[in-house]
Design a protein around this ligand. Structure first.
Ligand code: SF4
Ligand code: SF4
Length: 471
């Protein structure tokens, strides 16, 4: 099965309950953003701009747990910002578990190993020692950290920690192999850290999913290689969604500069090209996303946007109409359902009701449509049944041969390229600027969140490259 039986049963009974009650709109997944602070500054992360004035604010634990009760979504995706920075993340997860919810922790992976060491210290004993020895042998825990775990004091043992559970997934942000991923997150070494965290999590018995955004520049072959590699690590599933910039400023660029949209962002046609093989990937890898949504991405059918089923709650309230666009924040979920003019969004019969929706095919708008049967076609129920209850693809162990560490690990990180450019004006003109081309394209990063962070290293290099070119 794709998901543990208890999870599938929980979600199915939630849908059936609301169908029987004829509830017109209800929540399937709560996107909870307890804070917008982040330790990274991924290129184009939308949250950095949108919530730049409230990066230091955070939701109280009571508000976080209360919003899950309020919308009653069976699944909660804790995102942000980087949720592992949230000071009460352990208590939040424990509280959501008490409420019986399925939890996805959407993380950039950098603090995962620290959180798992806390868990090991709190539960240290003979069984944990066996795992610890393995983790040390595989260099996923240092000797020094292993000793800290073994000598855990009462305080460390009493700590609430994030334990493995069939109700919880680490959902690690991975946008490509090493070079590409580190470039997107604008820091070398992050890919390596993510992979080490994934390996450690699997040894400890956690469920791990990955979360990938596809951009205009994304190389489809690299995506396949990435899935092959992650499958060899026995990752439990992959969420994949097209990245999309709806920013009105882009429309302005069309008008003022005469540029075509496809020059700078992922249009619907381009998304369909990128996702042409998604159903094939679904046979080989455990893709999370209903078969109906996969058909939509591959251009085989149209769907109605059901953004109300994946509401976003953050420090400012319930964000409407969707994770990507903000036309307002509401105090309550029901108030948002009532007040938002849902009929003014979406693309219907090929025509965008709102110009900002024109090229959107994102998971948070359309994936629930497949599960809810909003555009039902004969055979969809069977497809959904097979997706949920059929055997999931086996790990692809050959994927271990993929050249995943093709960046900083072999001395070819993007910063090395930039440094080389500083010493070579010709290279600067031809290569290094291309490494940072995303800055100009400024793609929004759906599925991520936002934060502040230190871009000084990158900015300094860019400035030096620019100065060198001018001289
Ligand atoms: S179509 Fe996309 S941008 Fe428009 S409301 Fe739905 S999710 Fe949001
Ligand atoms: S996308 Fe935003 S929230 Fe996610 S890791 Fe990058 S900077 Fe942080």
């Amino acid at each position: 099965m794709r998901f543990p039986l208890a999870l599938t049963a929980k979600i199915a009974s939630h849908i059936v309950k609301h169908k029987l009650r004829k509830t017109p709109k209800f929540a399937m997944v709560l996107q909870l953003e307890p804070l917008h602070t982040c330790n990274l500054t991924c290129t184009g992360c939308g949250r950095i701009r949108e919530y730049s004035t409230s990066l230091k604010d955070m939701m109280s634990l009571e508000d976080c747990l209360g919003s899950a009760v309020e919308c009653d979504a069976p699944m909660v995706s804790i995102c942000g910002g980087e949720p592992l920075i949230y000071p009460k993340i352990e208590e939040l997860i424990a509280g959501l578990r008490q409420q019986g919810r399925v939890i996805y922790i959407c993380t950039n992976g950098v603090f995962m190993r620290k959180k798992m060491r806390d868990y090991m210290a709190a539960h240290y004993g003979p069984e944990m020692e066996v795992k610890l020895v393995k983790l040390v042998a595989e260099k996923l825990v240092s000797e020094k950290d292993a000793e800290v775990i073994r000598k855990a004091d009462d305080k460390a043992r009493a700590k609430v920690t994030i334990s493995p559970s069939k109700w919880m997934y680490w959902n690690v942000h991975v946008d490509g192999l090493e070079y590409t991923h580190d470039l997107i997150v604008e820091r070398e070494g992050v890919f390596k850290e993510c992979i080490e965290a994934i390996k450690m999590a699997k040894i400890l018995g956690y469920q791990v999913a990955t979360n990938t955004t596809v951009y205009k520049e994304t190389d489809v072959q690299e995506l396949e290689d990435m899935f092959s590699y992650l499958s060899s690590l026995e990752v439990d599933g992959h969420t994949i969604s097209p990245g999309y910039d709806y920013d009105a400023a882009k429309k302005d660029m069309v008008k003022r500069l005469g540029k075509q949209p496809e020059d700078f962002f992922l249009t619907r046609d381009m998304t369909r090209q990128k996702f042409a093989k998604i159903e094939d990937w679904g046979k080989r890898f455990t893709i999370f996303g209903t078969p109906v949504y996969q058909e939509f991405l591959a251009g085989k059918r149209e769907l109605t946007c059901t953004a109300w089923a994946i509401p976003t709650r953050n420090i400012k309230g319930w964000k409407a109409p969707c994770y990507l666009m903000t036309d307002g924040h509401y105090a309550g979920y029901q108030e948002m359902l009532r007040e938002v003019k849902w009929e003014t969004y979406d693309v219907v019969d090929g025509k965008a009701r709102d110009p900002r929706c024109e090229h959107c095919m994102v998971h948070c708008g359309y994936d629930p449509s497949g599960a809810l049967g909003t555009n039902y076609q004969s055979g969809d129920n069977w497809k959904n049944f097979r997706y949920n209850f059929g055997a999931k693809p086996k790990p692809y162990l050959e994927g271990a041969k993929v050249n995943a560490f093709n960046g900083v690990s072999i001395g070819k990180g993007h910063l090395a390229e930039a440094k080389a450019a500083i010493n070579s004006p010709r290279a600067a003109a031809n290569g290094a600027q291309a490494a940072f081309s995303r800055k100009a394209d400024d793609h929004s990063h759906e599925g991520g969140g936002c934060g502040t962070g230190d871009t000084s290293q990158r900015d300094e290099l860019l400035a030096k490259i620019a100065a060198k070119k001018e001289s």
